[in-house]
Ligand binder design. Structure first.
Ligand code: NAD
Length: 325
């Protein structure tokens, strides 16, 4: 039986990854600062611990582990990442997690380590035109991410690649593009646009409105979490190091995305665009490389995953409000 460590198992993608590894027959150890809040706590062992602390990392990484998936990061949606208020925490906390995990993996001889980078590492100058963003893997340099979150991701990517070159570690690096789905943060300030918009539509009265940050013309693509986990596993099973984009090429404007959610909600809602942190003007995954190397592409259209996500968040809102009443 293969043994894997999932760092960030209390989080959204980490929780789904734990489930997937369990389905595949792995023995899974999870670690996070917090338990998984949304019921994805299926690891065989779960350690509540802080990966910034080298002694915690020393205890949790064991030499009999076959694989490590490093998804722990200090992160959130635009309201957390783009305001500037959390820049030092994001850089300090996430870099320490990566430095500690990778070094301890090397010491213990755990050779195969996955790292979750982000499309936020791509240069802002290639993402100014909402209709024609450029996010091919080879467009990363000259580097100019628009957030410190993106800079930390770029630094850590380079760290993993250096361990690959210098120590022969089999690292795998994927750049996620807006992953969404059920069992993720949907309120509290760290939620990302898909969950926030689903929550707003769920909370709105029929005939009312929902607020969308920016003019709504900024473009993005969104990938449902099951497809992301599938891509992670496929990358791990391959001999391709990356970095490689893991996302959808189904690009749409944020207002278009909000309209899709409104339609799913079945309500008559208007969009109210308000000033707010919004990130780059345009972003889309470029899937040429992942298609070529892993023969991977999303298997479902966005709308399917969005329906599942809206229904889950709608249920969370209903349960929360039932407790309040
Ligand atoms: P998440 O916030 O739900 O999960 C991250 C987890 O890391 C959290 O549960 C958090 O408690 C944990 N963590 C943070 N600091 C820690 C520490 N010091 N010690 C232990 N655990 C710690 O986020 P997610 O959406 O599941 O993202 C997982 C990874 O994918 C992150 O590295 C993120 O940067 C990356 N990513 C996500 C997206 C996306 O759209 N969700 C896009 C690009 C990249």
């Amino acid at each position: 039986m293969k043994k894997a460590l999932v760092c960030g198992a209390g989080g959204f993608i980490g929780g789904h990854l734990v489930n997937r590894l369990k389905e595949e027959g792995y023995y899974v150890v999870g670690i996070d600062l917090k338990e998984n809040e949304y019921g994805n706590g299926n690891a065989d062992e779960f350690v509540l611990g802080d990966l910034r602390d080298p002694s915690v990392v020393r205890d949790v990484i064991k030499s009999d582990m076959d694989e490590i998936y490093q998804l722990a990061a200090d992160m959130g949606g635009a309201g957390y990442v783009f305001t500037g208020d959390n820049d030092s925490a994001i850089m300090h906390n996430s870099a320490l997690c990566n430095l500690n995990v990778l070094e301890e993996a090397r010491i213990k001889g755990v050779n195969k380590v996955f790292y979750s980078s982000s499309a936020c590492m791509y240069p802002e100058y290639n993402q100014l035109d909402p209709e024609n963003p450029k996010c091919s893997e080879d467009s990363a340099y000259p580097a100019a991410p628009d957030s410190e979150y993106g800079w930390e991701k770029l630094f850590s990517e380079r760290l993993y690649l250096a361990y690959n070159r210098n120590y022969g570690m089999e690292v795998r690096v994927a750049r996620f593009h807006n992953i969404f789905g059920p069992q993720g943060t949907w309120e509290g300030g760290r939620e990302k646009a898909p969950a926030a918009l689903c929550r707003k539509a769920s909370e709105a009265e029929d005939g009312g409105e929902i607020e969308v940050w920016g003019d709504g013309e900024q473009t993005r693509s969104f990938l449902i979490v099951d497809e992301c986990v599938d891509g992670i596993r496929r990358l791990m099973e391959s001999d391709f190091v990356g970095p490689v984009n893991l996302g959808s090429e189904e690009m749409l404007s944020i207002n278009g995305f909000a309209e899709m959610i409104i339609k799913i909600s079945g309500k008559d809602l208007r969009i109210k665009n308000i000033p707010g942190p919004e990130g780059v003007r345009g972003r889309n995954s470029d899937n040429d490389l992942i298609g070529e190397k892993l023969n991977w592409k999303p298997s479902e259209p966005l709308i399917n995953g969005l329906e599942r996500t809206y229904n889950w968040i709608n249920e969370q809102v209903r349960q929360r409000d039932a407790v309040k009443d």
